[in-house]
Design a protein around this ligand. Structure first.
Ligand code: FAD
Length: 303
């Protein structure tokens, strides 16, 4: 067996991948984690809703998780995966830089990429009024006016949730794309819907976001902007390998053991769909790590 052969290779070094690594290695299998920790969604977040820790920065949480995994004997390679394929009885992973790595089992934990609004001011105010997660940041805007941008059920759900916190809730969307039940709930609510409108710019100052300019030059004075335009999972790899996606065709379909449709390939975290939360990611990572290790041990016993 070459040195580049591991029992389990984990793609992604965010909360899901690191928790998977910590649980897998305790079952006495060799584990490699690939991916750049600083590219995890949590890295620029401030986490206040994780049950077991005081509110703290996501980057600090990742540093602790990396140290835990390293102490346990996990090997790291801070590189992205370029290609994945199946070969005889194992999987082959090609990392950026050309390393070829092989494993009996894979855990896909590459997270998601949230769709951006792409207007002036958005990047400047991320974490200072611009947010992509009502469940994470909603309570920070108690008593403030906010806007939710988006047309789908996630956007409507976010706007209805923000009514409990914010003084005023605006919703900006080009054309609502929800069923009649949600549309009626929205009509009955206090949310001010600006339909057939686009956002041109997010304004702010040293304190953070101060307002939103729409394409008809209307200015909304808001302290928070929630961008709810959906997300892209790292599904390209999955599709190329023939791994099934869920009903939305955006995320990887898994069962309760975090197994995908390919034997020996597991998935965990945001890549498996919402809610995009640390608690869900580490829970799924734990199951994926244990199950992947059991899969490898069983295979070795029967070979
Ligand atoms: C601004 C912000 C605030 C948030 N606030 C909260 C909060 O308050 N509470 C909460 O619970 N959640 C919060 N979240 C969500 C939370 O960060 C995610 O749910 C969590 O990080 C998901 O973990 P994950 O391991 O599935 O994915 P990620 O943490 O995104 O990690 C994915 C990993 O995969 C790697 N990767 C991607 N592509 C490849 C590839 N091709 N090859 C190798 N590696 C790859 C990345 O580099 C990264 O290491 C927030 C997110 C954001 C963006």
């Amino acid at each position: 067996m070459s040195e580049s052969f591991y029992d389990v290779i984990i793609l992604g070094s965010g909360p899901a991948g690191l928790q998977a690594a910590i649980h897998a290695i305790r079952r006495k299998v060799s584990v490699l984690v690939l991916g750049q920790p600083s590219k995890s969604s949590i890295f620029n977040a401030h986490i206040e809703n994780f049950c077991c820790l005081e509110a703290q920065s996501g980057s600090d949480m990742i540093k602790v998780a990396l140290a835990r995994a390293e102490e346990s004997g996990v090997t790291f390679l801070a590189k992205d995966v370029m290609t994945l394929s199946a070969e005889n009885d194992h999987y082959v992973v090609e990392a950026a830089g050309g390393e070829v790595l092989k494993a009996y089992a894979l855990i896909l934990a590459m997270g998601i990429s949230r769709n951006k609004l792409g207007v002036a001011g958005e990047k400047d105010y991320v974490g200072r009024g611009v947010s992509y997660c009502v469940d994470c940041d909603g309570p920070m805007f108690k008593g403030d006016p906010v806007a939710v941008i988006g047309c789908g059920s996630a956007a409507v759900g976010a706007a209805l949730t923000m009514i409990f916190y914010a003084s005023d809730v605006h919703m900006v969307c080009e054309q609502l794309e929800v069923d009649e039940y949600l549309a009626e709930k929205l009509r009955q609510s206090e949310v001010m819907v600006h339909e057939s409108r686009k956002v041109s710019e997010i304004e702010g100052d040293d304190t953070g976001v101060t307002g939103l300019v729409l394409d008809d030059d209307t200015r909304l004075g808001v302290a928070g902007v929630f961008v709810e335009l959906g997300a892209r999972g790292a599904v390209d790899f999955a599709m190329k390998m023939g791994i099934s996606l869920d009903d939305t065709m955006k995320y990887i379909a898994v069962n309760k053991k975090q197994e995908t449709s390919l034997p020996g390939v597991f998935a965990a975290g945001d890549i498996c769909g919402p809610p995009w939360q640390v608690a869900k990611s580490v829970g799924e990572g734990c199951i994926a790590g244990l199950e992947a290790a059991s899969y490898v041990r069983k295979r070795k016993r029967t070979e």
